[in-house]
Design a protein around this ligand. Structure first.
Ligand SMILES: [Zn+2]
Length: 128
C-alpha cells in the first residue's frame, strides 16, 4: 500500500510538470486555499499524510502542494526526490500549508537530522 501510494504521488518521471506554466499552477492552488492570520496558505483539497495533494490534469499524476510551491518560489527540482520541501517548524506546523515563507528546501538527510533534533519525527499534526 505504501509503495503503491508513493508511486502514485511521486512518479519517477514527472515530465508533465513542464507542461504547466507556473501562473496556471498557482491559479489552481488558490482555488482550494484559505489563509490564516499567521500567513499560512492552507490547502482545502485532497490530503495525504497530512500534506495537500493536487492533480493538475484529469487522470494526471498527483503532486504534493507544498512541493509545487517550493518548485515555483524556491526553484525546487520537483523531479528529484532527494530534494525535499520542508516546513519551517518555527513558523508553521501545518503540513497542508504552502506559503513560500513557511517552506525551505532541504536534503533528505538534513530533514531526518532536523526531525530527530526537534523530536518532530512522525509527530501527528492536526490536519487543519
Ligand atoms: Zn504555514
Amino acid at each position: 500500500m505504501e509503495s503503491h501510494e508513493r508511486r502514485g504521488l511521486m512518479p519517477r518521471k514527472v515530465r508533465h510538470i513542464s507542461l504547466f506554466d507556473k501562473e496556471s499552477v498557482l491559479k489552481r492552488l488558490w482555488e482550494s486555499t484559505i489563509q490564516n492570520e499567521r500567513g499560512c496558505r492552507l490547502w482545502t483539497g485532497a490530503i495525504s499524510n497530512g500534506f495537500g495533494v493536487v492533480r493538475l490534469k484529469r487522470f494526471g499524476p498527483k503532486f504534493y502542494v507544498h512541493r509545487l510551491s517550493a518548485y515555483i518560489y524556491h526553484g525546487l527540482n520537483i523531479d528529484n526526490r532527494q530534494e525535499q520541501a520542508n516546513h519551517r517548524d518555527e513558523l508553521c506546523e501545518n503540513r497542508n500549508c504552502w506559503a513560500p515563507e513557511h517552506l525551505k528546501i532541504g536534503s533528505h538527510l538534513s530533514n531526518i537530522q532536523d526531525a530527530v533534533l526537534n523530536k518532530t519525527h512522525f509527530t501527528p499534526k492536526a490536519k487543519r
